[in-house]
Unconditional design. Structure first.
Length: 292
């Protein structure tokens, strides 16, 4: 059926359901057939749909609302509260009133990476351009910059929670990522965030530059890196950059960074401040503090 759809078919355009923008499985099947050099491995929409439903996370996406399995009876029963009911009815009529499978941008991007290479490529293009662009435009049109930044911040903090990142670290990283992405800075509020002033010393992780400031080392982060090498906690990699040794690994954490005013990003290492201070004292790199 998808191969016979015209570009004007309502099944091929965006579809609103309960405040979210979705595209039908027919839309992606049609795009897949149109772009596949072999005219599509899954020529029938039914086979294409079966493939989607074999994705192991399919049920989870349905539960989260990223995928909607919409039947005609449910749509008809809720017609009074559906602003685009006539549009939906035309879609159902084209399928012979068979159920519609709707995917939002989250589901489309996630599912694309689980499919075979040929199909994944076609779905990724559609999900990352057509759908994501429309949802972003719609969100930007109806939201203030602060509202957008707040949503980004909440998503980053939730990701930190799922990954088990300590709250104070997740807060610091989320604020930097949001500022880089939106230009909105939450830094003034960061100092007052719960737990910011009460980070246990044994948990505080700092980059070499910040370690130098904390330990009053005027030579800066470069000196800290050399000192960490001297005590056997890290080594210089052949291709550049640093790598903790087995001795230093328990006190280091890989840290993602994103530049605020450019597209540069990468990884560096943070070190447990208390542990570094103690090992530097032990190697007499730092003078031992006098009592009193």
């Amino acid at each position: 059926m998808s191969s016979s759809l015209t570009p004007q078919s309502p099944l091929l355009g965006p579809l609103d359901w309960q405040g979210q923008t979705y595209f039908t499985s027919q839309h992606f099947h049609h795009s897949y057939l149109a772009n596949s050099q072999q005219a599509g491995k899954y020529k029938r929409h039914g086979d294409f749909l079966k493939l989607l439903r074999r994705i192991e996370a399919y049920a989870l996406y349905v539960q989260q609302g990223d995928i909607v399995e919409l039947d005609w009876q449910t749509t008809k029963d809720t017609s009074a509260s559906v602003s685009n009911f006539n549009h939906l009815q035309r879609c159902f009529a084209l399928t012979g009133y068979q159920p519609l499978t709707l995917l939002n941008a989250t589901a489309q991007v996630a599912l694309a990476h689980h499919l075979d290479d040929e199909l994944s490529k076609q779905l990724s293009v559609a999900a990352n351009t057509t759908v994501a662009r429309q949802q972003t435009a719609r969100s930007l049109a109806t939201s203030t910059p602060t509202e957008i930044a707040t949503r980004e911040l909440a998503a980053a903090l939730e990701a930190g929670k799922l990954l088990g990142t300590p709250l104070h670290v997740a807060q610091q990283e989320a604020v930097k990522l949001v500022e880089a992405a939106t230009g909105v800075s939450f830094r003034p509020m960061l100092a007052a965030a719960p737990g910011q002033s009460e980070i246990p010393p044994e948990e505080e992780m700092l980059e070499p530059t910040d370690l130098a400031k904390r330990l009053s080392i005027p030579q800066g982060g470069a000196w800290i890196n050399q000192a960490l090498t001297h005590v056997g906690w890290q080594i210089r990699q052949v291709g550049g950059g640093w790598q903790p040794t087995p001795a230093g690994a328990p006190y280091a954490a890989r840290h993602a960074w994103t530049a605020i005013h450019s597209n540069k990003h990468g990884y560096n290492w943070r070190w447990n401040c208390s542990a570094v201070e103690q090992i530097f004292y032990a190697h007499k790199i730092l003078p031992v503090k006098k009592e009193g």
